[in-house]
Design a protein. Structure first.
Length: 270
């Protein structure tokens, strides 16, 4: 009886998890927020943007080295400044020369952002050490057609929420041929991880992402403008895991009891 009860609990947990996953997938399909990795895909080179000096550039001419691509918007009250700050920190600490071995491209996905805003944002993340290499960190703005062509090619899904946006947090590493070779998630990027990703990009090697905890455990709260723990998803996973452990434990105990019963019933067993 206990075994049947545990099996029912396990089945209920699995169905609940499937329901949550289906619901989460349904929400993702509706709001289209997150990352759909497009490893080995090529970012279109003909896309045109304005840089911080209001100069018209296209990605084919701009990207010719391993590139850190960050997608943000300049009035972001939440994680965008943290993303840019972490990229700036990595640039300072990498023992690689910006402009010679790699470059950085930041693109605003808000079509209302301007080159003037881009310049202000760029200056906010430059210090005396990095200013000589400022030309190798481009801040771009563009129209909605070019922005969505870029974000769709990168698998970067976001939506507008009033004057703000709901969007994922990551940087994308590109090869000199604009091939997507790595996604680095979160708002903190270790210089060692960035360096290895850039070295791989130089060789054209793509690597799947192992650490995607943020994508699973956290969801964006547009009211509070922050990431919050997705309790239902985490709790569902824990419940299933504990149910599996308990189920396996009971199976082992039941098997041992049956084995002991057979031995005690055997008249020739000493």
């Amino acid at each position: 009886m206990r075994l049947k009860l545990i099996m029912l609990i396990l089945l209920a947990g699995m169905l609940g998890s499937a329901g949550m996953k289906s619901k989460a997938q349904g929400v993702a399909d509706t709001v289209a927020v997150g990352i759909v990795e497009h490893l080995d895909s090529i970012i279109p080179g003909g896309l045109t943007f304005r840089d911080e000096a209001n100069k018209l550039v296209n990605l084919n001419d701009l990207i010719h080295k391993p590139t850190i691509l960050s997608l943000v918007y300049f009035d972001c009250p939440g994680i965008c400044p943290a993303i840019l700050s972490s990229v700036a920190n990595s640039v300072k600490k990498l023992n690689m020369q910006l402009g010679r071995e790699y470059q950085v491209v930041t693109v605003s996905f808000n079509e209302q952002d301007t080159p003037e805003k881009a310049m202000d944002k760029k200056n906010a993340f430059l210090d005396e050490k990095s200013k000589p290499y400022a030309q190798y960190w481009s801040y771009l703005t563009g129209d909605s057609a070019n922005i969505h062509a870029l974000t769709n090619a990168a698998g970067y899904k976001f939506i507008r929420a009033g004057n703000d946006f709901i969007h994922p947090s990551c940087i994308i590493i590109l090869s000199p041929e604009r091939k997507i070779t790595r996604y680095l998630y979160g708002t903190v990027y270790l210089p060692f991880d960035v360096k290895m990703a850039l070295i791989e990009a130089q060789k054209g090697l793509s690597r799947p992402t192992i650490n995607r905890v943020l994508d699973f455990c956290f969801s964006y709260d547009p009211a509070g403008r922050r990431y919050t723990l997705a309790v239902t998803q985490v709790a569902g996973t824990i419940i299933i895991f504990l149910a599996l452990v308990l189920f396996i434990s009971l199976l082992i105990r039941s098997s041992r009891k049956k084995s002991k019963s057979k031995k005690s019933a055997d008249p020739y067993h000493n």
